[in-house]
Write a protein that binds this ligand. Structure first.
Ligand code: PEP
Ligand code: MG
Length: 541
């Protein structure tokens, strides 16, 4: 047995086989094939496997979130059984002698566009699901034989480093845990692991060798350790730890439906942070009071070479709005940049990406892309309780211009007679010291303020949140940060506006009492951190 120690990123125990991440081209190539019969069989085999996976997903989801929410997987099966789509794919393979991957992608795109004229009512408004389905089949097709052996069962993913744009595209039903050689606990890959509740240990260094491919390992996300080819005693101990954690999680279930209230009667809202449409199910299960931060940039990061369309975004935001009912859903406009790169947006080279071309700066520059997103959010606002939030704000001007753009989008929709919430709430994020200093003025311009402590800390300390060498200086309890949050809260309250904390600090149970005491109105954390936070709040005097 080999024991390696790294940095803990996301709690939990995972046991499984190790599989190194294969960075292959995500681009679908148009390739001529000689044996079209064999190609059709490849497609059919992948299609049947995808149907099987969806059946299993339906079973699990109906048990966990109810049949109504699971129906989406049933609908996705229908797409894979639709003869028009199957014929179209087969036709491209046979008639044009082209590869299955290309045929699937082309046929699925056409299928979406022609759905209305072909009377396919069941996929109306479900472009995203057709895309999901074709991605599922493509994923199955892309597995090499070696991958397949390991990846047919869930596995533990290993890599030098996994970039957020890659992490967001992983098949989460298959990834039991994450282990990497490099990386920091403040990166967006780490944020994703926590949002998904995937046990992870990073920064294991060169000791994490390629030779361990296929070996059984245990990830202890509580201690930041991994065990390669664990001995019997370690397996027993870790299984016990896993059971204990399971019992702890089950005990927390009893807090569902209870208030987030301290012993002395002080209340605070607890919401959840998400990044993709798959996370919505976790929020429903978590009993959060709403979605306090939807990191919408992840939609751009998983979108390939073209930005997500208005229609696609509309459907995702609508799903979030409808799933949450009267509870609020805060959609943060795309915070692209820094470590969150997206193939679909050309950001150019930045010498210092964290302090570079990112967040609202990109949106205000690429106004077509921004307006598309605003239109999608506004359209979805007719289906629930949506709010819009602008990231990386440094000046009042940025908020003014963003609001003007929002007005423009509203006007367009009004002219088109498209429904939306005229009074949609607008929020600004405070993630820069500049925004802290003008937090009162900013609060006057918007309906609410949300503090992004992850970025605020890196800019306050002048330390890149991604730089491993700075780990020991990166003090998440730095008095300067705590003081800033108090100042912001006071300034925002003077304007009688709502203030939340949505950075990782919100889930730091050692700081809960302080945040409540200074009067923060809301904490927004990863879905599986909601109940532990509620427990902590209820224990505070
Ligand atoms: C933050 O900076 O705290 C935040 C919530 O945004 P992100 O972590 O996505 O940069
Ligand atoms: Mg941020």
């Amino acid at each position: 047995m080999i024991t390696l120690t790294g940095k803990k990123v996301s709690e939990g125990i995972a046991i499984g086989k190790l599989s190194f991440f294969k960075r292959d081209s995500k681009e679908i190539r148009r390739i001529y094939v000689k044996d079209v019969e064999k190609e059709v069989q490849r497609f059919q085999k992948a299609r049947k496997k995808a149907i099987q996976e969806l059946k299993e997903l339906y079973e699990t989801a109906s048990k966990e979130v109810g049949e109504a929410n699971a129906a989406i997987f049933e609908m996705q099966q229908m797409v894979l059984e639709d003869h028009d789509l199957i014929d179209k794919i087969t036709n491209i393979i046979v008639e044009h002698k082209l590869n299955a991957e290309y045929a699937i992608q082309t046929a699925a795109e056409e299928f979406i566009v022609t759905a209305a004229v072909n009377g396919k009512d069941y996929i109306q408004g479900h472009d995203a699901d057709v895309k999901d389905v074709s991605n599922r089949v493509l994923r199955i097709l892309s597995r090499t034989f070696k991958d397949k052996m390991l990846m047919d069962e869930p596995f533990i993913l290993a890599s030098g480093e996994i970039y957020p744009s890659e992490a967001v595209q992983l098949d989460k039903t298959k990834v039991l845990g994450f282990v990497t050689r490099y990386g920091t606990i403040n990166s967006h890959t780490a944020v994703l692991a926590r949002t998904k509740g995937i046990p992870s240990v990073i920064g294991l260094g060169e000791a994490l060798k390629k030779d361990y491919e296929g070996k059984t390992i245990i990830v202890d996300g509580f201690e930041g350790k991994i065990y390669i080819e664990p001995d019997y005693t370690t397996i027993t101990k870790m299984k016990q730890k896993q059971d204990n954690n399971h019992t702890k999680v089950q005990n927390l279930e009893r807090l569902k439906g209870k208030e987030n209230i301290t012993q002395s009667g002080q209340k605070i809202d607890v919401c959840a942070n998400i990044g993709t449409r798959e996370d919505i199910e976790n929020v429903l299960r978590s009993d959060a009071g709403g979605i306090g931060l939807f990191r919408s940039e992840f939609l751009y990061m998983e979108s390939g070479s073209k930005p997500p369309t208005e229609e696609y975004q509309f459907q995702v935001y609508k799903l979030a709005a409808e799933s949450m009912g009267i509870k609020k859903v805060v959609i943060r406009t795309a915070d692209i940049g820094g470590d969150k790169t997206a193939d679909c947006l050309d950001l150019g080279e930045d010498r210092n990406p964290a302090m570079g071309y990112r967040g609202i700066r990109v949106s205000l520059d690429k106004d077509d892309v921004f307006k598309t997103q605003l239109r999608a959010i506004l359209r979805a606002s007719a289906f629930g309780n949506l709010s819009i939030m602008f990231p990386m704000i440094t000046s009042i001007d940025e908020v003014t211009v963003a609001k003007l753009m929002l007005e423009k989008a509203k006007k367009e929709l009004k002219n088109e007679k498209t429904a939306f919430d005229e009074d949609i709430s607008i929020g600004a994020m405070i993630e820069t010291p500049a925004a802290v200093m003008i937090s009162g003025e900013l609060a006057r311009e918007v309906d609410f303020i949300s503090i992004g402590t992850n970025d605020l800390l890196q800019f306050t300390l002048g330390m890149d949140r991604q730089n491993e060498k700075l780990d020991r200086y990166y003090n998440t309890h730095h008095p300067a940060l705590l003081k800033m949050i108090r100042i912001i809260t006071n300034n925002v309250h003077l304007e009688e506006k709502h203030v939340s904390v949505c950075g990782d600090m919100a889930a730091d149970l050692e700081l809960t009492e302080y945040l409540i005491q200074i009067g923060v109105d809301e904490l927004s954390v990863a879905p599986n951190e909601v109940l532990a936070l509620r427990k902590k709040i209820r224990e505070i005097q």
